[in-house]
Design a protein around this ligand. Structure first.
Ligand code: SF4
Length: 443
């Protein structure tokens, strides 16, 4: 048996920026580093080199990523860049010529090769240093589970397909094995993510795989059904309103997966959706919502929108406001359109002045704020199961099924309670605000 080295293992610093998909990439790199025996340094000073996983989605994220690279160079001096901004290596190298290596997103092998070239792996890696579920950046009780990479769509405001490539789905058995390991390790909520979750399996022609002796079709319905057998909340993100989503709603009504849909709609006007080249632009979203709610009255829908897209007329904007009033979505995020370097939308005619984009955003959010407030007020008096996120002095911070971590609201439960993050309790909702709820435990 090899004896452990008495030398300090080489230590790698890590800065993780960007969306949940980038977080999963970071977790994979950290898991591999630990598997090979590297230590992870929480400080720049203690690191032999620093990896910066960047985001390049909008110009503000590019600036934040470039700043983070600059800080790591100033504090440590030895920096490897990966992630979405890494796909634009020329831009990174122009701003920071001293970086040691630049790779794009999902580039585990390239990142590890760059690390090995700079700081060789220790001679005696301890594989036991890595827990079976891998290294996670999220709290212990919830985890993001990425089921595919890339995207087959070409929305005109988005550069993700040029950064991350076309859709590549993970084998269904591999996803289920990872989900099982996470739940065995104490994860109580799995957040299912991809660029386009409902397209899962399309690139594999929905092939049938054998997993643990059973045939399983590679599609989102089969996957959701099998995930629903785990002892955890299953929450679906980035679902487009394709017809196959109709088949997910009964799973929600049965209680197999959470009755929660994160469905980025971006607009409602047919002309703007066409200019955006959005997937499922022609689907009758209002009709679908009504049908889904009839099947599963608890259904909660979150969505995101872009205001002031090039060519958005007053009539398009009013159409969108009317859609919003009728759709009565539970949670909405919105942004004023801002050009992204490399996006096709930059070439569209009739860009709107910033003041108009911002003014429309404010009006849009004011309409939605009323709806969200009314929907939260309707929760008062309900008894709901909540998942405890944090135990703070004098109160619990928790969430119901209606709220995804980090993007939606919270339930605050005042008092000192003998509970831990990851515990489920039943509460009665006593008050509502514009974003959060207040509750008391049900005896
Ligand atoms: S669906 Fe559109 S917005 Fe989403 S990743 Fe694909 S191209 Fe980008």
């Amino acid at each position: 048996m090899p004896t452990p080295s008495t030398h300090r293992p080489p230590a790698i610093g890590f800065v993780s920026l960007g969306c949940p998909k980038a977080t999963v990439d970071s977790e994979r790199i950290l898991t591999q580093l630990r598997a090979e025996g590297y230590a992870i340094s929480p400080t720049y000073a203690g690191a032999d080199l620093v990896i910066v996983n960047t985001c390049g989605f909008i110009d503000a994220a590019v600036a934040e990523s470039l700043d983070a690279i600059g800080e790591a160079l100033a504090e440590n001096g030895r920096v490897i860049v990966t992630g979405c901004l890494g796909a634009r290596a020329d831009l990174v190298r122009k701003a920071h010529p001293k970086v040691l290596a630049v790779t794009g997103p999902q580039a585990l092998a390239e990142v590890m090769a760059a690390v090995h070239a700079q700081v060789p792996a220790p001679q005696d890696p301890f594989f036991s240093l890595v827990p079976p579920e891998g290294v996670k950046l999220t709290p212990r009780h919830y985890a993001y589970l990425k089921i595919s990479e890339g995207c087959n769509h070409r929305c005109t405001f988005c550069i993700i397909p040029s950064l991350r490539g076309d859709l590549v789905s993970r084998p269904i058995g591999e996803v289920l094995d990872e989900a099982g390991r996470l739940v065995d390790a104490g994860v109580r909520e799995l957040l299912i993510i991809a660029q386009d979750t409902s397209a899962y399996g399309l690139d594999l022609r929905y092939r049938t795989d054998i997993w643990r002796g059973q045939p399983l079709r590679t599609d989102i319905e089969t996957l959701a059904r099998r995930l629903g057998e785990l002892q955890a909340w299953i929450r679906l993100h980035y679902i487009y309103p394709y017809p196959q989503v109709d088949r997910l709603i009964p799973l929600m009504a049965e209680g197999l997966i959470l009755p929660y849909l994160d469905m980025p709609l971006q607009h409602a006007s047919p002309a703007i959706l066409k200019a955006m080249r959005r997937p499922a632009a022609a689907e009758q979203v209002l009709e679908r919502l009504a049908r889904w709610r009839a099947l599963c009255p608890e259904l909660v829908v979150r969505s995101t929108f872009i205001l002031g897209f090039p060519g958005e007329t007053k009539a398009d904007f009013e159409f969108l406001l009317e859609f919003l009033r009728q759709a009565r979505l539970d949670r909405v995020g919105a942004f004023a359109y801002s050009p992204v370097a490399g996006a096709a939308a930059n070439a569209l005619p009739d860009p709107l002045p910033e003041t108009v984009r911002e003014e429309r955003l404010a009006r849009f959010m004011a309409v939605q704020a009323e709806i969200s407030r009314a929907k939260l007020a309707a929760r008062v008096g309900q008894r709901l199961i909540v998942l405890v996120d944090e135990v703070q002095e004098g109160r619990l911070v928790a969430r119901t099924y209606a709220d995804a971590p980090e993007i939606d609201g919270k339930v605050i439960v005042p008092g000192a309670w003998e509970l831990d993050p990851g515990d489920f309790i039943e509460v009665e909702i006593t008050r509502s605000g514009s974003h959060d709820l207040l509750g008391v435990p049900v005896e």
